[in-house]
Design a protein around this ligand. Structure first.
Ligand SMILES: Cc1ncc(COP(=O)(O)O)c(C=O)c1O
Length: 326
């Protein structure tokens, strides 16, 4: 695998890898769950996007870009991490957000403002088109913006997760553990593309499970197949590892905290003192719990925590309600 791609130092790696004995006991099944803590990647409350931005920000600097521009939901973790990366490399950051300013204040949104990102609200318009118009406006005023698509899921970004896989394998080998399964949240596809390439390179033989947050199988496949192929080409690798994508956990839609997500958030918090987020990792762990209960996941299972915990503070109302009725 090609390893000499340019980077900027945004992360504190390796992130911890450790067992979850009390959570595993809570599951009361033939399973030993471990966690990879990418909520602790290091900058501005961490998360998976910093691994992608390590390569994306370097690409922007290599092209002498003057601004970073990206898009996402009002509570986008990716936007918050892009704003932090921009601050770190000293470029202005422009965030094109879905919806209206009052949809879900606090959480990531207040962090975007602390990090001095310039916010644009797309209302119900397509955010990619809205981002293109911000990019055109910047170009018209003589700037040279670097546009990062949703989730930073380009081949340049996805390589961050191919290397993350190798980091995890190195840690696991030192501890002397081999995982039967790895479970992670998947949405814009970059994490999935990278992990599947990393797994293909390391001769692993377990099962890789992507819990889809907001796409059915067909639409996620459409997003990830080209992305994975292009990332593999960039890294000069031949064979990405197959991913079992689960689309049974879409619940009541993107960003809707349901009973199963709440159960997962509370189980991880109360048994291990580890916070998940209500949108991605809460849903992904709910998928893991269900797969364990159905007997589909056994042995040593790694849950990849991809971050997002600042969004908890934007879900105060739902969390309070959930805690009242539990
Ligand atoms: C906390 C968290 N986990 C997982 C994901 C999904 O990662 P990807 O977009 O690479 O599929 C995201 C995406 O925004 C996220 O914020």
């Amino acid at each position: 695998m090609k390893t000499d791609l340019p980077t900027v130092p945004l992360t504190q790696l390796p992130t911890p890898l450790h067992a979850l004995p009390r959570f595993s006991a809570w599951l009361d099944a033939d399973v030993e769950v471990w966690i990879k803590r990418d909520d602790l990647t290091g900058l501005a409350l961490g998360g998976n996007k910093l691994r992608k931005l390590t390569y994306l920000a370097a690409d922007a600097l290599r092209q002498d870009c003057t601004d970073l521009v990206t898009t996402g939901a009002a509570q986008s973790n990716h936007c918050r991490q892009t704003a932090a990366a921009a601050a770190r490399i000293g470029l202005p950051c422009h965030l094109v957000l879905r919806g209206e300013p009052n949809d879900r204040p606090g959480g990531n949104l207040i962090l975007d403002r602390i990090l001095d990102a310039r916010l644009y609200w797309a209302g119900s318009a397509d955010t990619t088109a809205a981002m293109e118009s911000v990019v055109s406006g910047l170009k018209a005023s003589g700037r040279h913006p670097y546009a990062i698509p949703l989730g930073g899921s380009t081949p340049v970004g996805a390589v961050g997760y191919a290397f993350a896989w190798c980091e995890m394998v190195e840690q696991a080998q030192k501890i002397g553990i081999d995982f039967d399964a790895v479970v992670f949240a998947t949405s814009s596809g970059g994490t999935q593309a990278g992990l599947s390439i990393g797994a293909g390179e390391t001769g692993w033989s377990g099962t890789l499970h992507g819990i889809s947050i907001d796409h059915n199988l067909a639409s996620l496949d459409e997003i990830t197949s080209d992305l994975t192929a292009m990332t593999a080409e960039l890294l000069e690798v031949a064979q990405p590892y197959p991913v079992n994508v689960h689309d049974a956990y879409l619940g009541a839609g993107y960003g809707v905290l349901g009973e199963v997500e709440l159960e997962a958030v509370l189980a991880m918090a109360r048994n291990e003192g580890i916070l998940l987020d209500p949108v991605y990792t809460g849903r992904a762990l709910a998928g893991l719990i269900d797969q364990v209960r159905k007997g589909h996941l056994r042995g040593r299972v790694l849950f990849w925590h991809t971050g997002g915990t600042p969004a908890l503070f934007a879900y105060e109302h739902e969390l309070r309600q959930g805690l009242r009725t539990e």
